[in-house]
Design a protein around this ligand. Structure first.
Ligand SMILES: [Fe+2]
Ligand SMILES: [Fe+2]
Length: 555
């Protein structure tokens, strides 16, 4: 494999490139100066903390992608200390970024002999934010030429000059190709002391370059000892993306929420799903191909929007755990390519544990092993479940019975609950394994229905409680001493719940978070903070404006 130095990378990722020679010349740069942040590896978002235990933690960073088929070599390490001034510190080993090269391709659907590439309506240069811009290179595989884009005419047409090939024109049916290479650095810290606050700072460099200054320092807490009180937060249904058909994402309000939550003294955040909205509700990819999904969903969520507020903004300073929602796809009935695209995005950008991270284990599925897992913290057991992967397609099984636990997950859950002596046990799932509709709606009322009844029976036996999401409302219900808590909504898509007759799904009542209902309930968008001690659990639902909307205590 050819490896690029940073200097080579700067050239090929710059704006003013031309092609030379015959054939596949995507990686042939001219010696043209380009504007670039010298010596600094740019990231999409901040660092994120993931997979923290008593003695270990991982820090994940996502460098900006390159428009290349050959990965740039990016190296990183972390300095960490219990001293916020870093007077003394330890250093992780240096690691190289993982990368994933995506080839996107299609056929020119315009006229013969054109200097303009016209793509099929399945592809869009602009609204999917592939970030095609002047200077980018698009390969004409059919005639061997390479186009240097001079202008983006509209979302399906780009103009430019072609060279290095036979015709140096686009003819109807010519095959085009472009590349995006994505990166992820996962830096492991080990030998940590349990129940201790650590400060860390990331250092990054391109191969052949010295390290730039350390990035801003952040902190995290290692696993609390038994008897140590702590808090954690839950957020639900963020629905962060910039899908062209749903432009209203309440970014300013999301910014306010992220800032409020970022100031909460919580050890970690559990995301109960529908944050990285890669799919429609039934699992259909939001856009074709990985580049579109990354640019319209993953990066906006990771990076925030206009205010640099995103998931990584909050989770630079506390671990992030995801219980995947229906919009984060990966179901066994997906076509292989769909599953592979989703899995790649999730593995690259979401630092979830896998089945080997913690002694409690989890998924060992070969195709995606980050769907369910569990860990202990202080006096509590946390179990993240996967309600998405083993479900049936609605066309095959059009009933709530389609949400399967899967034999392996059920056996694992049983063993984990059985094996834990923790005072508190919490189960997190995007929605119930069944519910009151084929879409998995509803809470405690449906605890005894479909496969949820198996979860309910284990929860009763071992004293567990359930936190779920999906319905975008705050709701609390009880089923034989098991709490079902629907975690509200952290600025996702707003339904008018009254019109949707949610009263039938939540007969014990619910609190709307809908901006569309009358009266509007926008102020009820927020997040959950749970304070855990050996004797009680206090659950607060907080508005993004800062006030406590609801409070309950378990003893
Ligand atoms: Fe949702
Ligand atoms: Fe959902």
């Amino acid at each position: 494999m050819r490896r690029l130095t940073r200097r080579q990378f700067l050239k090929i990722s710059g704006q003013a490139l031309a092609t030379s020679s015959i054939g596949y010349s995507l990686l042939t740069p001219l010696d043209t100066p380009v504007a670039h942040a010298q010596g600094v590896v740019e990231l999409d978002g901040r660092e994120m903390v993931g997979r923290v235990g008593g003695t270990f933690a991982t820090i994940q960073v996502v460098p900006s992608y390159t428009k290349t088929s050959v990965p740039v070599v990016i190296l990183g390490k972390v300095q960490y200390s219990t001293d916020p001034s870093f007077a003394t510190y330890l250093e992780s080993t240096e690691v190289a970024a993982d990368y994933y090269v995506w080839k996107e391709g299609g056929k020119h659907v315009g006229i013969d002999g054109s200097l303009r590439l016209k793509v099929n309506s399945e592809y869009k240069f602009l609204s999917w934010n592939w970030e095609i811009e002047p200077g980018d290179l698009i390969y004409n595989k059919t005639d061997g030429s390479t186009m240097v884009v001079s202008s983006v005419v509209n979302d399906r047409v780009v103009a430019g000059t072609l060279s290095g090939g036979v015709g140096n024109r686009w003819n109807h049916g010519d095959q085009w190709e472009l590349y995006r290479t994505y990166y992820r650095l996962e830096i492991k810290l080990s030998g940590l002391i349990p129940s201790t606050k650590y400060y860390y700072r990331v250092l990054l460099r391109f191969e052949g370059e010295p390290y730039a200054s350390p990035r801003t320092a952040h902190s995290f807490q290692t696993r609390r000892d038994v008897g140590g009180p702590f808090s954690f937060a839950i957020w639900a249904d963020l629905h962060r993306n910039i899908s062209p058909d749903r432009p209203q994402k309440y970014w300013n309000k999301w910014n306010a929420l992220a800032e409020k939550l970022g100031n909460e003294p919580v050890d970690f955040i559990i995301d109960v799903g529908d944050t990285w909205t890669l799919c429609g509700g039934q699992g259909t990819l939001l856009t074709k191909g990985l580049p579109g999904l990354y640019s319209t969903v993953m990066r906006p969520a990771q990076n925030g929007y206009s205010g640099y507020r995103g998931v990584s903004d909050v989770c630079a300073a506390r671990p992030y755990y995801l219980a995947r929602g229906n919009h984060e796809g990966i179901s066994n009935y997906d076509k292989a390519q769909t599953r592979d695209t989703l899995r790649t995005l999730m593995k690259l950008f979401v630092p979830n544990p896998n089945g080997t991270t913690y002694p409690q284990g989890g998924s060992t599925d070969i195709d995606y092993d980050q769907g369910y897992f569990a860990f202990e913290w202080g006096d509590a057991l946390f179990v993240v479940m996967d309600v998405i992967k083993y479900k049936d397609k609605p066309s095959v099984n059009p009933s709530p019975a389609r949400f399967h636990i899967g034999e392996a997950q059920l056996l694992w859950l049983t063993a984990v609950l059985q094996g834990s002596s923790k005072r508190w046990k919490f189960l997190f799932m995007h929605h119930l394994f069944g519910g009151g509709s084929t879409y998995g709606r509803g809470g405690a009322t449906f605890a005894f229905d479909y496969e949820q009844s198996q979860i309910q029976s284990l929860a009763e036996q071992y004293g567990a409680h359930v936190f779920h999401a999906h319905d975008h409302v705050l709701a609390k219900g009880w089923a034989n001493g098991v709490l079902y808590y629907c975690c509200g909504c952290a600025w996702g898509l707003q339904f008018d719940y009254i019109a949707k007759n949610y009263a039938a799904l939540y007969p014990d009542g619910y609190t709307s978070t809908s901006c569309n209902s009358d009266p509007s309930a926008c102020e009820n968008n927020g997040y959950v903070v749970v304070e855990v001690s050996s004797t009680q659990v206090k659950i607060q639902y907080k508005s993004y404006l800062g006030g406590v909307i609801d409070e309950m205590v378990l003893t």
